[in-house]
Design a protein around this ligand. Structure first.
Ligand code: SF4
Length: 439
């Protein structure tokens, strides 16, 4: 079988992941899930091609020409979460130009939309895609495959089962299929890549889609260590762990960091976490093992809103956690959400004040959206008259345009001149991306 894995073109700089999608001038992550699937197909003996139109800045015409030259039997793409319509227009164009090719898709929202998607594509993978791809490779057809919806003549065959992968048993994504120098994270160096050590999250945040379910599956320290060594072997020194909560199993984190130190891995890395649960020992060990920055999902500075979101911690704990991380020498990014359907005017300003006094180094604000598969339902009436767009702009302005913050940033530049020099373009991009939201 001849397979083409495609990260579809986009007019903007975007990151498409299995369970999230965002536009950003400053981030460009490799298409990790597509890369993993391409690796599986290649290992199975398939002729395989991965085209990342986002990093390669390819438009639709160029993509179609490249697909035609490769002439695959099957194209598989990752459906953008919350931006599905635009992808389907692109797929329609590809199908019109190359009608003989079978096109399929996967992604968090694909399973909810399978019936509709089958008006555009030939098959839809429900849930985590790796086991389903393995079954397709084995059977060399689409019919009667668990967790796969497909068309048969004029008939749609819809599966309502969703697939969960045995995450510890997948091959490492073959990063030789992409150009690792094309990817980036703000204020970090290149070549850059991402790695995932776990899937699933057991917490109950009411706004979260739980893209990989609540069943937490963590790879072994040995397996992650081997993958990191492979990454270093490719000349990559900047890595982001894209796990939802990298620090969830503190003992595992300590074991991994100790192993990284023992093996003298020369890496700069960053990770995502909840704003709790990291002890001083662990934070210091992470720093020693090369962790530079940590991204915390704080979400709000209003106790009432944190209860609505079921975050399960209070602001005192959040502040304490930030101070532990900063004392260990880590740079802390705080994620906040704005949502006029949940926040009152007072809640919003509590959030802004909390962010300003919390000790975080950088702030990232997003506008909340109500998604399929979450507990939180959109109320009929807004709680405050501000628009989410205004709230986002205001939040950035209040946080970044403070003399104290500018001095703090300048001090950071003085403390890490080489790193700042290395990452200067990343910083400019970060602020360029944020500044256009101020006005
Ligand atoms: S901790 Fe993060 S991934 Fe887990 S449920 Fe909450 S928001 Fe979702």
């Amino acid at each position: 079988m001849k397979f083409c894995f495609v990260n579809l073109p986009s007019e903007n700089s975007i990151v498409r992941r299995f369970g999230c999608f965002f536009k950003s001038n400053s981030y460009l992550f490799p298409p990790l899930e597509l890369l993993g699937l391409a690796t599986l197909a290649k290992r199975d003996g398939c002729e395989t091609k991965l085209i990342d139109c986002v990093s390669e800045k390819k438009g639709l015409d160029e993509l179609v020409s490249e697909i035609k030259r490769f002439s695959p039997e099957i194209i598989l793409f990752l459906l953008s979460f919350n931006d599905e319509e635009k992808d389907l227009e692109k797929v329609k164009f590809i199908k019109e130009k190359i009608p003989e090719v079978q096109i399929g898709c996967f992604g968090y929202s694909a399973r909810f939309l399978a019936d509709r998607l089958l008006d555009w594509v030939d098959f839809v993978i429900n849930g985590e895609p790796e086991p389903v791809l393995k079954r397709i490779l084995k059977k060399k057809k689409f019919s009667n495959i668990k967790c796969l919806s497909y068309t048969q003549g004029n008939k749609k065959v819809i599966s309502d089962e969703s697939c969960v992968a045995d995450y510890s048993n997948l091959p490492f994504p073959d990063r030789r299929l992409i150009n690792n120098s094309s990817y980036s994270s703000p204020f970090f160096g290149k070549p850059f890549t991402t790695i995932q050590a776990s899937r699933g999250c057991p917490f109950k945040c009411s706004f979260c889609v739980h893209p990989f379910g609540k069943n937490y599956r963590l790879r072994s320290v040995e397996s992650v260590l081997e993958e990191l060594k492979e990454i270093i072997g490719l000349g990559v020194r900047y890595v982001r762990f894209v796990d939802d909560v990298f620090t969830l199993n503190e003992r595992w984190v300590k074991n991994l960091c100790s192993a990284m130190l023992r093996e003298k891995l020369d890496l700069n890395w960053e990770c995502n976490s909840r704003a709790e649960g990291i002890s001083e020992d662990t934070a210091r060990l992470m720093k020693k093992a090369g962790c530079k920055r940590i991204f915390l999902g704080i979400e709000s500075g209003s106790p009432r809103v944190l209860i609505t979101y079921q975050k399960g911690y209070d602001l005192k704990r959040v502040k304490k956690q930030i101070s532990i991380l900063r004392e260990a020498g880590l740079t802390v990014f705080g994620w906040f959400m704005v949502n006029p359907f949940v926040e009152t005017y007072g809640d919003f300003f509590k959030s802004v004040e909390f962010a300003k006094t919390s000790g975080i180094d950088f702030l990232i604000v997003s506008q909340f959206s109500y998604n399929i598969g979450t507990f939180l339902k959109k109320p009929l009436k807004k709680k405050c008259s501000l628009s989410a767009h205004y709230m986002e702009k205001k939040f950035y302005k209040e946080f970044y345009l403070r003399p104290k913050n500018i001095v703090k940033l300048w001090a950071l530049f003085l403390k890490h001149p080489f790193q700042v020099f290395d990452n200067f373009s990343g910083m400019i991009k970060l602020f360029a991306g944020r500044l256009n939201k101020f006005f």
